[in-house]
Design a protein around this ligand. Structure first.
Ligand SMILES: Cc1cc2nc3c(=O)[nH]c(=O)nc-3n(C[C@H](O)[C@H](O)[C@H](O)COP(=O)(O)OP(=O)(O)OC[C@H]3O[C@@H](n4cnc5c(N)ncnc54)[C@H](O)[C@@H]3O)c2cc1C
Length: 409
């Protein structure tokens, strides 16, 4: 089939759907098309927030976003911040509910967000072409796009194809990223973020399935890179859970040596913890080490910490001297694992890196080389922390590009 569009949007995900609705609302006379590779729009959106869709965050601070030039996203996020995102979704029937700073649709159903976006596209006359995977683009006065069956002639083009996280089934093909790179666009290394970490497994494997609240700190050598306090899940391959996902980003960016340190008593400082452990040793001196932490820590976790310190579980608590007790307290504050790698793009929630932002205007998101070409969402070298930041960037950038493109037409 041949299609002729005023605005062609490649990718019917978070940013593409919002861009299409925004553009069509601003000028209903324009022909706005979404070309989506999969058989439905919003397949990734449906999986977000464990099916609940952490749609945005009350505090969209710049320090929750990342990229080589993170200030690039400031304009989009101040022009289309929390209030504008909330109003947009309210206008299509999606109410918000907050859990702490994280915001969800009050239905707690990601599918309802996709439905509402789809209904609005239908209502206002956004054309959606499914099963149309764009493979190449001819840049010129107008844009000519090809899928294996279709040709699209477009006055303006918004690329909203995302990157590599989550795999092909939810549309993370990465082919448009590769196409732009081979066409000479500058890129920034792409790596998985918000992802589980593979670590040395001697001790974590023994703790498989245990969840604890801890402060997780990512170290590069002796330097703390970032930290986050939340749940940590021990797995046979390494570490997972919200605290680990939140600190995972940097470990995939270079070949340096990274460690995760877990503070199992984040509310207690080391001096207090030493006193607490000494007191416990006095009280429970007749126990063996196997049961030393029973009633204070998860039993298996307590045992593995003691083994990590080099003690035998059959030894008596009474045999521990002050140095031993200080060593145990220090390990509880710094239970450390070498990071080997991460569980890859397929298991990650977002891809760090992308098309370099220096190729685009931060106030319009238009390419500096090709007038009328816009890139939005994850495909650009901007990513956010876990907590609704990535969808917020997708929505804000989609709205900004739509507003800019309509002004041009
Ligand atoms: C499991 C999981 C959970 C997540 N949970 C959250 C969360 O709760 N909160 C949050 O803020 N973020 C979350 N994210 C991240 C968030 O979903 C993404 O950052 C966001 O969807 C990116 O939006 P986008 O529009 O750039 O790309 P996408 O939403 O990925 O959309 C891209 C679309 O383009 C289509 N496409 C790709 N290539 C082509 C092509 N060549 N031709 C035509 N179409 C194409 C794809 O099929 C897809 O529909 C999660 C991600 C995952 C994987």
């Amino acid at each position: 089939m041949n299609y002729t569009a005023d605005i062609a949007i490649v990718g019917g995900g978070a940013s593409g759907l919002v861009a299409a609705i925004t553009a069509k609302r601003l000028n209903p006379n324009l022909s706005v098309y979404i070309f989506e590779a999969l058989d439905r729009v919003g397949k990734k959106l449906i999986t977000t927030g464990n099916g609940r869709c952490n749609i945005t965050n009350l505090k969209l601070d710049l320090n929750r976003f990342h990229g080589q030039d993170v200030a690039f996203c400031q304009h989009a996020l101040s022009r289309f911040g929390y209030e504008e995102i909330k109003n947009f979704f309210y206008s299509i029937g999606v109410d918000f509910i907050a859990e702490g700073d994280k915001v969800f649709p009050s239905s707690l159903q990601a599918s309802s967000v996709v439905d509402a976006l789809r209904f609005e596209c239908e209502r206002i006359g956004v054309n959606t072409v499914l099963n149309c995977k764009i493979e190449d683009i001819a840049f010129g006065k107008e844009y000519v796009l090809h899928s294996c069956n279709d040709t699209v002639y477009a006055k303006k083009l918004i690329l909203a194809t995302g990157l590599l996280s989550g795999g092909d089934k939810i549309g993370s093909f990465g082919n448009i990223f590769r196409f732009l790179k081979s066409s000479g666009f500058k890129t920034v290394k792409v790596s998985p973020s918000i992802v589980q970490l593979k670590t040395e497994t001697d001790f974590v494997r023994q703790l498989k399935g245990i969840k604890v609240d801890a402060k997780a700190t990512l170290f590069c050598g002796n330097k703390a890179v970032c930290e986050y306090t939340d749940e940590v899940l021990f797995c046979d391959y390494g570490l997972s859970g919200p605290a680990i996902l939140q600190i995972s980003r940097q470990s995939g960016r270079d070949d340096k040596e990274y460690f995760v340190s877990l503070d199992l008593y984040p509310e207690t400082n080391i001096e207090e913890l030493i006193l607490k452990i000494k007191d416990r040793a006095k009280l429970l001196s007749i126990r063996t080490l196997e049961d030393f932490f029973v009633g204070s820590l998860n039993k298996r976790l307590g045992q593995v910490v003691l083994k990590y310190c080099g003690y035998k579980l059959s030894d008596s608590v009474m045999a521990l001297n002050d140095d031993d007790l200080a060593k145990i307290a220090n390990t509880l504050k710094n239970f450390k694992f070498k990071v080997l790698s991460n569980t890859g793009f397929l298991n990650s929630q977002v891809s760090a890196g992308g098309i370099a932002t220096l190729e685009f205007s931060n106030t319009t998101l238009m390419s500096k080389r090709y007038k009328g070409l816009f890139v939005v969402g994850e495909l650009l070298d901007i990513d956010g922390d876990c907590g609704g930041f990535n969808l917020s960037w997708a929505f804000a950038s989609g709205m900004l590009a739509a507003e800019s493109v309509v002004k041009q037409l």
